[in-house]
Design a protein around this ligand. Structure first.
Ligand SMILES: [Zn+2]
Length: 288
C-alpha cells in the first residue's frame, strides 16, 4: 500500500501541488500517471478519487497512489539529497569518505569563503548577486521593496547558495562544476585567488541568489524552495505559507553571460531535498 499523509498546511494544499511533490518522490509504472484515492482511518479505500488536473484543495487525511496503467507498480524514487535530518546525515552518498585532515582543510575553505561572501568585494559572490538581483529575490516576488541601495544595506542581505557550500563531495560527484559558465569563477590567472578558494566553482552566480536574512534562513532550512522551471515558490512549512505560488523573477531579469541566472539543475537539487527533510517518514500515524 502506498499511502501518503497530507498534513502540513492542512486543507490548504491545492491538489495540483500535492501531485507536483509526488512526481518528485514517486515512480509509477512507466508513464508516472496516477490518481489519488482517499482512504479511511483504517486504510480502507473510499470512493473519492482525485485526478492530477482537479481543482481545489486536498483535505488532511490518507491517500493512496493509484496507477493509471493497469498493473503498474509504485516505487519511492531514490533521491540523493543533501538533507540533514535530526542532526544525522540521511544521505549515504556524500557521507564523508574523507580523512580528518582533509575534512579540516575543507572546513577552512568553507570559513574563508563565508568571509569573502559577506565582504563587499565588487567581484565577489555577494556583490555580483547584488548587481544581478538588486535585492532579496523573494521579497521582490512578494512585491516588497527590498533594494540594496546603500553600503550599510549590506548587513541585511546575504549571498545564498542554492546547493549548499558545505556539500562539496556531492557537488563533485554530480559534476555540477561542468554546468557552470560564470566567467568570474572560470579557471584563469586573473581568477587565481577565487579559484584557490573555490576550485569547484560553488560560489558561482548559477548557484546563488541574493536573499534578505529571514528568507536566507528559510531557504537554507528548506522551508520553501523555488521550482526549477516555473520559478514558483513552493512552501513546505506553514511559517512561510504566504510565499506559496509566488513567482521569483529578479535573477532572470538580467540576461548576460557575465551575470548568469540560477541553474535549473541546482534549483532542482534543492527542491528535491525539501520534501524529504520537511515531511517526516511516517506510514501509520496521521498528523491530523
Ligand atoms: Zn526577503
Amino acid at each position: 500500500m502506498h499511502d501518503v499523509d497530507c498534513s502540513s498546511l492542512e486543507g490548504k494544499r491545492a491538489i495540483s501541488d500535492v501531485f507536483e511533490i509526488l512526481e518528485f518522490v514517486a515512480v509509477v509504472g512507466t508513464t508516472n500517471t496516477f490518481v489519488l484515492q482517499e482512504l479511511d482511518e483504517t486504510g480502507k479505500p473510499l470512493p473519492n478519487i482525485f485526478q492530477q488536473d482537479a481543482t481545489g484543495n486536498l483535505k488532511a487525511g490518507r491517500y493512496m497512489i493509484q496507477p493509471v496503467e493497469k498493473g503498474a507498480e509504485v516505487y519511492r524514487r531514490l533521491v540523493t539529497t543533501f538533507a540533514v535530518a535530526g542532526g544525522k546525515q540521511t544521505d549515504e552518498y556524500w557521507k564523508p569518505e574523507k580523512k580528518p585532515e582533509e575534512a579540516k582543510l575543507s572546513d577552512t575553505e568553507s570559513v574563508s569563503s563565508t568571509v569573502s561572501e559577506r565582504g563587499d568585494d565588487p567581484r565577489g559572490f555577494k556583490m555580483r548577486l547584488v548587481h544581478r538581483d538588486k535585492g532579496c529575490v523573494v521579497c521582490h516576488a512578494m512585491g516588497t521593496d527590498s533594494i540594496y541601495r546603500y553600503r550599510d544595506d549590506s548587513s541585511f542581505f546575504e549571498g545564498s547558495h542554492i546547493f549548499p557550500f558545505a556539500m562539496q563531495s556531492l557537488w563533485s560527484a554530480r559534476k555540477y562544476g561542468n554546468l557552470i559558465t560564470d566567467p568570474f569563477t572560470a579557471p584563469s590567472v586573473e581568477n587565481a585567488a577565487r579559484n584557490k578558494q573555490d576550485p569547484l566553482r560553488i560560489n558561482s552566480l548559477e548557484n546563488g541568489m541574493l536573499l534578505c536574512l529571514f528568507h536566507h534562513k528559510a531557504y537554507e532550512t528548506l522551508r520553501f524552495s523555488i521550482h526549477h522551471t516555473t520559478h514558483r515558490i513552493f512552501a513546505f512549512h506553514p511559517a512561510v505559507a504566504h510565499l506559496h505560488g509566488l513567482e521569483v523573477t529578479s535573477p532572470w531579469k538580467v540576461t548576460s553571460a557575465i551575470y548568469p541566472a540560477p541553474h535549473k539543475e541546482l534549483l532542482k537539487a534543492h527542491y528535491q531535498t525539501a520534501p524529504d527533510s520537511t515531511y517526516p517518514q511516517r506510514s501509520h500515524q496521521d498528523l491530523g
